[in-house]
Design a protein around this ligand. Structure first.
Ligand SMILES: [Zn+2]
Length: 305
């Protein structure tokens, strides 16, 4: 067994095994590590898969739980793979929060005890489809994000009734901030006519549907898909014919194709953040879901047509 495990570890290290096998090994390794780790008396944790999910948890829990995010700051979640450290965090968590709809590719490697304490926030939400696939970027619809916040609130109260009043107050404040955000965005959007926005990947479908613009995307639902030559030609044609003056890239994904398309069409480039993650520096200077969302709307408003 030990020889088998060491062999597997070597394969794991040299990435000769497929993603599923790596997940399984990460789980096995973490179980072994957890077996000898001291339990400690540190704060109880909520583990969230990636930024907007973790932000909801932080808003609702305040200081009562420590919120850990599996996808580190500065990384994008689409291609994220679980690490042994991540598995250990999932084991220790009082509550696990996920987006669902395929954003957590490692979901199938959760153990039964992890699944029992997991809430999938997109469950039951009215979703959109893009290119025949369900669009997972539900957190960019402010109304859906509020519903996700309600699920987080109910989930946290269910594991800590003692502090229910704190969570109720935090949840009420969150809802108020979302109403303010929506008001701001609606006012900006009222100046839109038939706005087309060229973006790196099709992350902005919910935002576009809510605030009345159209996204022209280079990559489909994941930022790392290789766009076809035809897709690139189509977007160049659309940018030129519609007088689009800005091609938006994302800070957490490659900007190579976006810059190439901008150069070809004479458009300028700017960043638009699908809120899949923030850079460490952004978090440190106090940026968050609300501020980045507002900034996105401001940039969309400034872009032509
Ligand atoms: Zn995405």
């Amino acid at each position: 067994m030990l020889v088998y495990f060491i062999r597997k570890c070597k394969a794991f290290a040299t990435r000769k095994v497929n993603a599923n096998m790596r997940h399984t090994l990460a789980l096995l390794l973490a179980f072994l590590l957890c077996g000898c780790a001291p339990s400690g008396d540190s704060k109880k944790t909520i583990v969230a898969s990636f930024y907007p999910i973790a932000f909801l948890a932080s808003e609702i829990t305040g200081n009562e739980f420590e919120v850990k995010t599996l996808v580190p700051a500065g990384s994008e979640p689409h291609e994220f793979e679980l690490t042994p450290r991540g598995v250990a965090a999932l084991n220790d968590a009082s509550l696990i929060l996920m987006n669902g709809l395929g954003m957590e590719g490692w979901e199938s490697s959760l153990s039964p005890s992890m699944k029992e304490k997991t809430i999938t926030l997109s469950q039951g939400l009215e979703t959109l489809s893009i290119d025949g696939r369900v669009d997972p970027h539900v957190w960019l619809d402010t109304r859906l994000y509020e519903q996700m916040g309600k699920k987080v609130y109910e989930g946290i109260v269910s594991i800590d009734k003692e502090h229910a009043q704190i969570y109720a107050d935090n949840y009420a404040l969150f809802c108020k901030k979302m109403v303010d955000l929506r008001g701001y965005c609606n006012e900006i959007a009222s100046s839109f006519k038939q706005k087309s926005v060229a973006v790196n990947h099709a992350a902005f479908g919910y935002m576009a549907a809510e605030f009345g613009f159209e996204q022209l995307y280079i990559n489909s639902l994941s930022p790392n898909e290789e766009p076809t030559q035809k897709a690139i030609e189509d977007i160049i044609e659309a940018i030129s014919s519609q007088g689009i003056d800005t091609v938006f890239f994302e800070e957490l994904a490659s900007d190579e194709v976006a810059k190439k398309i901008a150069a070809e069409t004479g458009a300028k480039v700017d960043s638009l953040n699908p809120l899949e993650g923030l850079e460490e520096s952004e978090i440190n200077r106090g940026e968050n879901y609300y501020s980045v969302y507002r900034e996105n709307m401001d940039k969309i408003a400034r872009a032509k047509p």
